[in-house]
Write a protein that binds this ligand. Structure first.
Ligand code: HEC
Ligand code: HEC
Length: 236
């Protein structure tokens, strides 16, 4: 009893006594924490300051240079030119860099005569501004056109081709074709002709900026490429 009560009282007292000191320490810590957050926050902002992306500048340049082929808002009117609207900005920037022959390299990682010319004139800042502009635009949906192959296309997209060790496209490009930023591009709603051309380019090696896609395309037949490309156009 004695033990309990003598132990109980000081506990209560020291509890309230320490409470004040504790509160003080807690306030101090909180102040420090806020200070640290502010400090690291500003250091972070400073490190990123030169990289500030300006979609309005991108919009202007897009209207001047890219609109003729890709549409001012990235909804290209011709299947020869891919739609860029709503594509992930980081993916677009990567492609623009890949179209450029990098110092020391013999050829671009993504060989294309038309885009090589345009990419060569763009600074890294231009590329990021343009990418931010097109990424912020709304994609106009499209539709699959070939009823006879849509089932095969869907099967490949959703489940891959087990017998050929082709992984499901949906696994990386997401079930609705929206992709997964920043690594996996949006495919849904793209012109079937363009998607088909890219899969062939990966297979042939004209486009060698993705080991993953080269390995996948190498295992696809022409008929499989056509079917999955048409199915992808209808994804949204
Ligand atoms: C004369 C037409 C033309 C113009 C102008 C043009 N492009 Fe392209 N662009 C193309 C074609 C064709 C392709 C497809 C290239 C391929 O098959 O690899 C393409 C592909 C691209 C891609 C790759 C898209 C993807 O899904 O991988 C990006 C990004 C791109 N263009 C951005 C731009 C930007 C930014 C501009 C303006 C600075 C521009 N293009 C101007 C014709 C054009
Ligand atoms: C393991 C992940 C993965 C799987 C599975 C995959 N892809 Fe890809 N795919 C990628 C990556 C990464 C890229 C971007 C390559 C780059 O950076 O240029 C890409 C790019 C593409 C492109 C180019 C898009 C454009 O705008 O130019 C097409 C088309 C494509 N994939 C189709 C497919 C199809 C069809 C399948 C299924 C048969 C598939 N992918 C399965 C990872 C994958």
């Amino acid at each position: 009893m004695m033990f309990l009560s003598s132990c109980g009282r000081p506990e209560i007292r020291s509890g309230s006594g320490l409470g004040r000191a504790g509160l003080h320490v807690a306030r101090l810590m909180a102040g420090l924490a806020v200070g640290l957050i502010v400090l690291t926050g500003s250091a972070h902002a400073q490190a990123q300051a030169p990289a500030k992306v300006d979609p309005a500048k991108g919009q202007q340049k897009a209207a001047e240079v890219c609109a003729a082929c890709h549409g001012a808002d990235g909804n290209s009117a011709s299947p020869a030119n891919p739609k860029l609207a709503a594509q992930h900005a980081d993916y677009l920037t990567k492609q623009l860099r890949n179209f450029k022959v990098q110092p020391g390299a013999k050829e671009a990682e993504r060989a294309n005569a038309v885009m090589a010319g345009f990419a060569a004139t763009l600074s890294d800042e231009d590329m990021r501004n343009l990418s931010a502009w097109f990424a912020s635009q709304k994609l106009k949906p499209a539709a699959a056109r070939n009823k006879d192959t849509v089932e095969l296309g869907q099967k490949i997209y959703r489940g891959g081709i087990a017998a050929k060790s082709v992984a499901a496209c949906a696994g990386c490009h997401s079930p609705n074709g929206a992709g997964i930023p920043a690594q996996y591009p949006r495919l849904g709603g793209q012109f079937a002709e363009y998607t088909e051309a890219q899969l062939v380019a990966f297979r042939q090696g004209a486009r060698k900026n993705s080991a993953q896609m080269s390995a996948i395309a190498a295992r696809l037949s022409d008929a499989e490429i056509k079917a999955v490309s048409d199915y992808i156009a209808g994804l949204r």
